[in-house]
Design a protein around this ligand. Structure first.
Ligand code: ADP
Length: 175
């Protein structure tokens, strides 16, 4: 492999996650990632075991809508081994977001396992702005169901999709 090819590949990063739904914390990490890497592949995990609120197609399309004007971002659904997905998509870097110490243990374990599976793939950890370090998709769904305000927590389009989804699922709720 030539030096140039190697360098080009190193500049593409995969940002994997469930994104159920995407929050402003994820958006913050994506924007930071775009400053560091030439191109970003946002990989939406298809994991029916997690019983996501939104289908992988819905999650992909929500993210596509948000980053439609960014030429250097691509959004794909994936299942199976992340390192295989990264390799098949010519990416050598995986980005993960670190919120609090509580994220660390899981992320550390996963990064080391991925390193064992494919030593060519590096994991980069990025921290969001402090104001997003308490934010998770799970919390967003809970707050929404309880009628709380999602301002500053998710993009407007996502709040709209949540409203439609919950209306269909729970017609009796006044959201
Ligand atoms: P999970 O892997 O728990 O399903 P997500 O799919 O929601 O998590 O998130 C994908 C990645 O984004 C993970 O690395 C996670 O730590 C990170 N992340 C999630 N929410 C935030 C946030 N508010 N700020 C920074 N990183 C985040």
């Amino acid at each position: 492999m030539s030096e140039t090819t190697h360098q080009q590949k190193a500049r593409k990063a995969v940002y994997p996650g469930s994104f159920d739904p995407i929050t402003n914390g994820h958006v913050d990490i994506i924007k930071r990632g775009m400053k560091v890497f030439d191109s970003l592949l946002i990989a939406v995990l298809e994991n029916p075991k997690k019983k996501p609120l939104f289908s992988s197609e819905e999650r992909v399309s929500m993210i596509q809508e948000l980053f439609a004007d960014q030429k250097n971002t691509e959004i794909k659904a994936f299942h199976g081994l992340l390192v295989e997905f990264a390799k098949n998509n010519d990416a050598k870097v995986v980005i993960r977001g670190l919120r609090a110490i509580s994220d660390f243990e899981n992320e550390f374990q996963m990064a080391l396992m991925n390193m064992k599976l494919d030593p060519e793939i590096e994991t980069f950890f990025m921290m969001p702005n402090l104001s997003y370090s308490f934010l998770s998709s799970k919390l967003v769904k809970e707050i929404f169901m309880l009628g709380g305000c999602l301002k500053d927590l998710v993009p407007k389009q996502v709040e709209h999709r949540l409203r439609i989804k919950f209306k269909n699922k729970h017609p009796s709720l006044n959201l």
